[in-house]
Design a protein around this ligand. Structure first.
Ligand SMILES: [Zn+2]
Length: 271
């Protein structure tokens, strides 16, 4: 629980990364280097559990990205193992555009109890609307699996909100999360081109860069009921991200929805 102005809020972190112990430091440093942002923590499961827990967060959507197809299954076993160890964790599987057996890999993801997949098109070097990925999105929708996209980066085109909009033209009921208020460093563009009945956004790695007014503009565009709080751990300290979130100045009902209610509804948890 988190206290703010005399109210207590239950909080879920809809965007957190964890890495296996032996690569955690290097992986964390690489991500920090890619974005030119110093990382606040190391992306270890126990650190997330401790630091996030100390900040009052009691649910975490955890993921890890596969940059090679051979990593997919082992990452998925790693995420599932950590979800078993830390009951506060809800896991997303890793995926790769070169996965050959789409249904078999999704079967394994479901058998492991994972709730969807995480894609980082810029790290993985595929375009969101790559025709190869369309059957994956279709299969996830059919199975009720959620697809979390890293979206947006002015420096490259793989993850642009426009590309996600192309997918939604073909699959209007596609249920996905467009991270970083719909498009990191492309916030205006995301509002201009991206919308959809099942398009969610998270607030991660954005509130440090946009004004509260612009953040509210993005949230109004996608909808309060489609917006979820997220930290992009280990990128940001959970406590500081919560302060940035509360600085947006929403009322109690909106805060409750974005901090926990929408997440609980999307993932079928108790509200
Ligand atoms: Zn991420």
């Amino acid at each position: 629980m988190v206290e703010h102005q005399g109210k207590t809020y239950r909080v879920a972190d809809a965007h957190a990364h964890i890495y296996p112990g032996k690569i955690a430091e290097k992986a964390t440093a690489n991500v920090g280097h890619f974005y030119g942002i110093p990382m606040d923590e190391v992306g270890l499961p126990h650190v997330l559990s401790e630091v996030g827990g100390a900040a009052g967060i009691d649910r975490f959507l955890v993921c890890s990205v596969a940059t090679k197809v051979e990593q997919v299954s082992s990452i998925n076993h790693f995420i599932a193992e950590k979800c078993e160890k830390y009951p506060a964790f809800l896991g997303l599987g890793a995926w790769h555009q070169d996965v050959g057996d789409i249904e078999g890999t999704l079967d394994e993801i479901e058998a492991l109890g994972l709730r969807g997949i995480k894609l980082h098109p810029d790290f993985q070097e595929f375009q969101i609307d790559d025709p190869k990925m369309l059957p994956v999105y279709e299969a996830c929708t059919r199975r009720g699996l959620i697809v979390l996209f890293h979206t947006g980066d002015k420096r490259m085109d793989y993850s642009s909100p426009r590309r996600l909009a192309h997918v939604l033209e073909k699959q209007p009921d596609f249920c996905c999360i467009a991270a970083h208020l719909g498009g990191y460093t492309e916030w205006d563009d995301a509002r201009a081109v991206l919308s959809g009945t099942n398009v969610y956004i998270d607030t991660s790695s954005s509130l440090f860069a946009v004004s509260p007014e612009d953040a509210r503009r993005s949230i109004a565009h996608f909808g309060i009921e489609k917006t979820m709080f997220g930290t992009d751990f280990p990128m940001w300290e959970p406590k500081e991200e919560l302060e940035r979130f509360f600085a947006l100045g929403y009322g109690e009902a909106e805060n409750r929805a974005m901090l926990y209610g929408n997440f609980a509804r999307l993932f079928g948890l108790e509200e």
